[in-house]
Design a protein around this ligand. Sequence first.
Ligand SMILES: [Zn+2]
Length: 655
Amino acid sequence: MDYVKEPKMRPVFPKRAVVTGGMPYGNKELHFGHIGGVFVHADTFARFLRDRIGEENVIFVSGTDCYGSPILEGFRKAKEAGTFDGTIEDYVRKNHESQKDTLDKYEISLNLFGASALGRAGEIHNEVSKEVFEGLYEKGTLEKLSSPQFYDPKFKCLLNGRQVIGKCPIQGCQSEKAYADECDLGHQYMPTELIDPHSTLSGLTPELVDVTNWYYKLEDCIPMIQAYVDDLRANSNARKFMLTTIEEFLKPPYIYVQKKFVEDLDALRAKFPEHDVIDDNKNSYTFVFKNLDDRDAARKVLEGLSINYRTGKTLVPFRLSGNIEWGVPFPEKEGLKDLTFWVWPESLWAPISFTRAYLESKGADKDEWKKFWNDDDAMVYQFIGQDNISFYGIAQQAMWETLGLKKTFLVPNNHILFMNKKASSSGSIKPPMAKDLLEFYTAEQMRMHFLSLGLANKSVSFDPQVYLPEEERNGADPVLKDGNLLTNVFNKIIRTCFYTLQKDFDGKLPNVAVSEDVIAEAKDAILTYEQNMYDHQFHKITYVLDTLIRNMNKRLVNNMRVADAEGNTELKAQVLVDSFYGIRVATALLHPIAPSGCEKIREYLNVDKRIYNWEYIFSTLTDLMDDPSNHEFKFLEPRVDFFKLHECQLAAKEQ
Ligand SMILES: [Zn+2]
């Protein structure tokens, strides 16, 4: 009996998809981490999906996150320093335009790059925000809570979240900056927990006054989120480190107290509400409470005794409103008025607003967005940085469930470091702006490099040699390594094929079949690529392309040498047909990554866009020609590059 090898199962893609690339904050231009850590990956995936499931079935949206206290602060300071003249809308619009320009330069193919406060997208966002509030309110998942807010005793005003700086109270947190109720690593806590607070206005220790806001009862969602994580772990290719990060929050309320501060454990415990104690650590006790109220009561006890403590991660009420003037208006309800939405929650549903704005601009029905966000055969892929996992993975998924929306699929990347250090806009190492990199590298070189870093698995350093002092530059620039595959190897293959075709075959592709082994190798590359794309393993895609193109090059160079030496026209014809097939396959696979270069290849091959379409992915080049025997290629002049070097690299090469 013949042994029949089981065909490899191919992944199933949705019928329609939304791709989102985070919401860059509107107080500045994009730095390299926005592009290299999120947008290039999101764009590559969106472009792939368009080729794979049809352009009309994919909507790729993002936009400027316009509201919130850091923008208000930035605007206030810029006005004060006289570096900006205009309204706060003007201030945000300027940054928004600059962000959009950078995204265009990196060929990020957004269907809409909106802005939460500007234009039609901003208007729709106000409507959507109201709908979300009503939806959550109707389900009884909102509550009014009075919580302490910081007040500056000298300036006599309430301080917004960014106007207070202290140390993060979460056990083991390494953040450099902790604000009123969140640190720059995304931990959330109550303002009373912030350690050593200072007002950024007066430098004084601020007072706490009670302010009432709307909260989503996230603390009730532990079982729901646990079920979601369990489902992802069992049934999906979601990144494991994300599941671990989410699970860290799904613990009951803990308090950690160092043993050296506890003289009499029993006496202390007698003062606490119902709890358990875990004594599995040399230095500290862990007290486990039934709910947040009990933990708060215990904290008061500890504060009364002047005993230092830290709290553990757990789910806390998720604040929806605030009292910052610069925000989406919050609906008036139960006598609470003059509130605005807190910027974090409204940025979570902004991609819905942008999808609606985009579809409206295309003349679609008002409810069309649901076909993309909520249908069984649709998927929403959200590319995010690891710092945002708790917002998207917990708060958003819980609210979506309440609202009857489908949970989105998150693709979190690890940190992209700069010169081995974590660069953050608030930290001391200033990251290069994304635009500045384009003075040294082409967009395609940067795209290839960022994809190859493997941010799916770990944090990786971005080390562009041009940012090193001359004396520290050693060997080749690591950033150029991946792009060389295109600017060097692939360019050469294409040129050789065209020149041979023009010189020896009168510009007509010989009428021979592609070699079976070449077809088999290409098929294997296509299927591996498809699986890696499905798993969002972008660095593995660059390996597939590397192997495919280098093997193609070897075959071409070796066989051409033999064919020339032997004067073997038949062999030369075969090599040419095999190589043009290789070019056709590589062009389809490269299209999501280096679109401009691929368009240029297509122009010279003189075929239509079916070359990118996965319905035809196994077709040969001849299959794509309307009239193969009369097909004309575009004539290739000497020294044409399909994938370009940067001007400054050309200058260096000619020296
Ligand atoms: Zn923290």
